[in-house]
Design a protein around this ligand. Structure first.
Ligand SMILES: Nc1nc2c(ncn2[C@@H]2O[C@H](COP(=O)(O)OP(=O)(O)O)[C@@H](O)[C@H]2O)c(=O)[nH]1
Ligand SMILES: [Mg+2]
Length: 224
């Protein structure tokens, strides 16, 4: 099987205050590695991972990570607007990072209007609980997530505990949105791309609508 084959590409961004562990989450998920002293400014800010959301449907996940810009609140508009999903991360041992979640959420929504980005809220560094360093409770985090209309998960890049959950949850949400027509392929937008063969015929109206957009997208751009 050709591992580079994929039906859809989703572009996903990492959001949240500096040092909450965004880069570490990506490194653990895509390379199964954890570095105590991960370099904050130099390094890859682009990761790729493949996920099969249902038999025969392979998604290419393209992750974008800030290289420290979040520290200066200088994340650019295009970083937000070309994404279909976002992992909104805070540190369970850092209350200020939790209190900033609403601002991150509002900032993204403002930049991508009139379109929407799908979110998953992540309470990160769950391993800190064992050291008595947890300062944000599960209940209050779940309450905030519900207010933002996002699922909530806790994970740790350090131990690897539940690290796949937020990524997979978000991918499935986007895929469901695509099937339901809530997420649509748009010309000049990199949030979702498709590589499905144009000859594929179906009687399902949602898929037919997607195929039409795919035909438009494919005639203008290359997906490789
Ligand atoms: N205890 C603990 N520390 C972590 C975890 N993930 C990252 N860190 C540490 O938190 C610091 C910041 O991580 P980094 O990934 O650079 O955060 P970013 O600025 O959000 O990208 C580093 O010292 C990491 O080693 C985790 O799951 N648990
Ligand atoms: Mg980082």
């Amino acid at each position: 099987m050709d591992l580079t084959l994929w039906q859809y590409q989703f572009r996903i961004i990492m959001l949240g205050d500096s040092t909450v562990g965004k880069s570490s989450m990506l490194k653990r998920y895509t390379e199964d590695q954890f570095l105590e002293c991960i370099n904050q400014t130099v390094g890859v800010d682009f990761y790729v991972h493949f996920l099969e959301v249902e038999p025969g449907v392979r998604i290419k996940l393209q992750f974008w990570d800030t290289a420290g810009q979040e520290r200066f609140r200088s994340v650019t508009r295009s970083y937000y607007r070309n994404s279909v999903g976002a992992l909104l991360v805070f540190d369970l041992g850092n209350r200020a990072s939790f209190e900033r979640v609403r601002e991150w959420h509002a900032e993204v929504r403002e930049h991508v209007r009139p379109h929407a980005v799908l979110f998953v809220l992540v309470g990160h560094k769950s391993d800190r609980e064992a050291d008595g360093e947890r300062v944000v409770g599960r209940e209050e985090a779940e309450k905030l997530a519900a207010q933002l209309g996002a699922p909530y998960v806790e994970a740790s890049a350090k131990t690897g505990h539940d690290i796949q959950a937020p990524f997979e949850l978000l991918t499935r949400r986007v895929y469901q949105g695509l099937l339901a027509g809530e997420v649509q392929l748009r010309e000049g937008w990199d949030g979702v791309k498709s590589s499905a063969p144009l000859s594929q015929k179906t009687t399902n109206t949602t898929t037919t609508k997607l195929e039409k957009s795919e035909a438009e997208t494919q005639s203008k751009s290359c997906n490789c």
